[in-house]
Design a protein around this ligand. Structure first.
Ligand SMILES: C[S@@+](CC[C@H](N)C(=O)[O-])C[C@H]1O[C@@H](n2cnc3c(N)ncnc32)[C@H](O)[C@@H]1O
Length: 231
């Protein structure tokens, strides 16, 4: 048992959202069906690099979460947390060889944009690699973007489907909660962890909104509860 280790969590419908460092929170969690996540790549994206990554919230300064990729030990803990893993930025981390990659083609070829034209999600089980061409700018996904590296909900839905529609999904690097919004749409249970209070709050609001929309035809919308933890 750790002494002085604290984190808090909120329960929003079938989603449990932890505010804390996933290195600590993961030790307290049971194993789940799948991890679907987008860790820091360690490329300075928290500063809002690139024309389309920039946000008005940049004025508040770089929160510094992307100065380094997670340690080997942390990535091992993430992999050990679930039966299957889909890890964005798999080309940045020291992961075992896999032929099962999800390649998100941003549909940006030859349009003079200043970000990578695709991203790679490493998958832990054996299957054929797949490609999704999806242009978030053409689809209007980045209107009201709230996190410098926010993923489109459609892309995260694709990842969950590829993982076989697992019942419970864990995202230890939750950011603005995109994986959870995708999980709500697909009727999955979700556990999310985020260390930055600013993004944790954004994730809670996005998730409540998604949950409310899902609950429109239910008699009562689920209420958020705030709880504390001390190990
Ligand atoms: C690449 S972003 C995820 C963005 C997310 N996919 C979205 O759509 O909003 C990674 C997030 O992980 C968080 N993070 C970094 N290290 C963490 C840690 N050890 N524990 C929990 N969260 C962490 C950062 O604050 C950042 O918001």
């Amino acid at each position: 048992m750790g002494v002085g280790v604290t984190f808090t969590f909120q329960q929003i419908g079938p989603a449990t959202l932890y505010l804390g460092d996933c290195a600590e929170v993961l030790r307290a969690l049971p194993r789940v069906d799948a991890v679907v996540c987008d860790p820091p790549y360690g490329i300075g994206a928290s500063a809002g690099v690139g024309k389309y990554g920039r946000l008005k919230v940049e004025a508040e300064g770089d929160l510094g979460w992307d100065t380094a990729a997670p340690s080997v030990d942390l990535m091992s803990a993430v992999l050990a947390a679930a039966d299957r893993a889909v890890i964005f930025g798999g080309n940045y981390f020291d992961l075992p060889p896999s032929r099962n990659f999800l390649i998100w083609d941003k549909g940006a070829g030859f349009k003079g944009r200043d970000f990578a034209e695709c991203e790679f999600a490493w998958c832990s089980w054996d299957a054929n690699a797949r490609v999704l061409t999806y242009d978030p700018l053409a689809r209007g996904d980045y209107k009201g973007k709230q996190h410098p590296t926010q993923k489109p909900v459609t892309v995260m839905e694709w990842c969950i489907r590829h993982a076989g529609m697992p019942e419970t999904i864990l995202d230890p690097f939750m950011g603005s909660g995109t994986t959870r919004v995708a999980a709500v749409r697909l009727g999955r249970k979700f556990i999310g962890i985020e260390r930055e209070p600013k993004y944790f709050e954004i994730a809670c609001r996005r998730i409540e909104d998604a949950q409310r929309q899902e609950s429109l035809f239910e008699p009562e919308a689920p209420k958020a509860e705030q709880m504390g933890f001390a190990l």
